[in-house]
Design a binder for this molecule. Structure first.
Ligand code: EPZ
Length: 417
């Protein structure tokens, strides 16, 4: 397992280009299952989760070739409807093949993704919706078994605006017989990106990006050539790094409009951020203002940026209250930040963060993707050396993050252990 070593205190400056969005690429790659023919996807990030999705698509019978950030996926030879446990356990977003498989083949057998460090992560809403669309759903031996001669459109109300749930239902509905309306749908930019791709394939969708998405089923779809949108969470992570320790950091190839809540919250904390069409610039300020935060579904402040923001508040000028409303166990990074000198007390889904003068470098353990990113940020601003262990969590969702930080002047490197 690799670890990342950081000597804190250096200033970051220069340009960093944002990679394609993991959480847009995963459902879009899965959408290749919906059509015959070769789809081409550009600006796909180089991540462990993308490799996992590639292996799963090949297992299902699709032809997958990739060269750098361009992937070609052709599902003409789709001959398998089973997503096995040993592939799904590596990446729970594998559940995104469920909707397309039932839509295309009329059958799917997908291992239940199970929980992860940040929560139980059930998929009941995905399954209830497919049931409403006429699929027979069974849970047997740890697998979801779904079948339908042809799905029928229906009225779907989601108790929670689930992101991958909305994506699974969209991909099931585009080939269903009749109209589907998804109410309380997720509104994330990744939902809009998927809808854009499906519409280029010939799907009939309106309302994406709002909480009501209407889909009129069509008989077939055709392959596309598309580019993946930039990763708003990676952009937010580097923006936070710039606020913590930047001299003049330029974040390029991003879509600031996808980060409005993050930009606003950082400005509340005292950040000076210049925003352009596809670039943001930020530098550190002497004082970071303590600022309360509540994570919410989009367009609210994203839960995937909560850990990063907590690092900022750990050296702010007072007490900040951070409430995590999306996942039930997303404060795992707190114990590691406390080992670096942070003063944080947890009560239920709320963390009271009292700013300290500085963090001290320490050996720490990564536990989930975004917690790992927060430990990197803490190491960059801490006094002394930080060693972040188990960085395979980081590699699932960040494309060579230590190389990007090193190019900005950070004293950071990876070593194999
Ligand atoms: C997506 O996960 C993202 N992953 C997550 O990013 C992100 O944190 C999350 O959305 C919230 O924005 C991908 O897009 C691949 P949800 P998802 O379904 O779809 C509950 C990262 O770091 N729920 O919107 O799994 C669930 O337990 C990852 O990149 C049900 O109860 O999240 C959670 O509390 C982490 N039943 C809440 O809804 C369901 O059927 C939101 O989950 C589905 C969800």
């Amino acid at each position: 397992m690799d670890r990342i070593i950081i000597q804190g205190g250096t200033r970051l400056s220069g340009d960093v280009k944002i990679s394609g969005a993991k959480n847009a690429a995963l459902p879009i790659l899965a959408s290749a299952l919906l059509a015959d023919g070769a789809n081409t996807y550009q600006n796909v990030p180089c991540l462990k989760d993308i490799e996992s999705m590639k292996q799963l698509m090949i297992h299902l019978g699709a032809r997958v070739e990739n060269n750098d950030d361009t992937y070609q996926i052709d599902a003409t030879g789709l001959n398998n409807f089973e997503a096995p446990y040993d592939l799904v356990r590596k990446m729970r977003a594998s559940i995104l093949v469920l909707g397309p498989l039932v839509a295309r083949l009329g059958r799917a057998r997908v291992s239940l993704p199970g929980g992860c460090a940040i929560g139980a992560r059930p998929i009941n809403l995905h399954l209830e919706a497919l049931g409403r669309m006429g699929a027979d759903i069974d849970i047997r031996h740890g697998y979801v078994e779904a079948s339908a001669d042809r799905l029928t459109g229906g009225e779907i109300y989601l108790d929670i605006p689930t992101v991958t749930g909305t994506e699974n239902i969209m991909m099931a509905a585009v080939l269903a017989d009749g109209n589907t309306v998804i109410r309380n749908a997720a509104r994330e930019p990744e939902i809009v990106a998927l809808a854009d791709v499906l519409k280029q394939m010939g799907a009939n969708i309106v309302g994406e990006g709002t909480s009501v998405i209407s889909i009129k089923g069509v008989s077939s779809l055709t392959p596309v050539l598309v580019s993946i949108i930039p990763d708003r969470i990676e952009a937010g992570t580097f923006l936070t790094a710039g606020f913590l320790t930047g001299d003049n950091l330029n974040i390029t190839g991003c879509q600031p409009g996808h980060l409005s809540a993050v930009i606003d919250k950082l400005r509340q904390a005292g950040a000076v951020i210049e925003v352009h069409s596809d670039k943001m610039s930020i530098k550190r300020t002497e004082k970071i203002k303590s600022t309360d935060l509540t994570t919410m579904p989009y367009p609210g402040f994203p839960t995937d940026m909560q850990a990063q923001f907590m690092v900022l508040m750990s050296i702010a000028d007072g007490m900040s209250i951070i409430s995590e409303t999306v996942f039930e166990n997303r404060f795992i990074h707190v114990s590691e930040l406390k080992r670096m000198g942070a003063d944080i007390e947890i009560s239920g889904n709320t963390a009271m963060v009292r700013g300290v003068d500085y963090l001290s470098g320490a050996p720490v353990m990564a536990t989930d993707l975004r917690a790992s990113a927060s430990l990197i940020l803490a190491g960059l601003v801490a006094r002394g050396e930080t060693v972040v262990n188990r960085v395979y969590h980081l590699d699932r969702g960040y494309d060579a993050i230590e190389k990007k930080f090193a190019a900005l002047g950070a004293k950071i490197f990876r070593e194999k252990v």
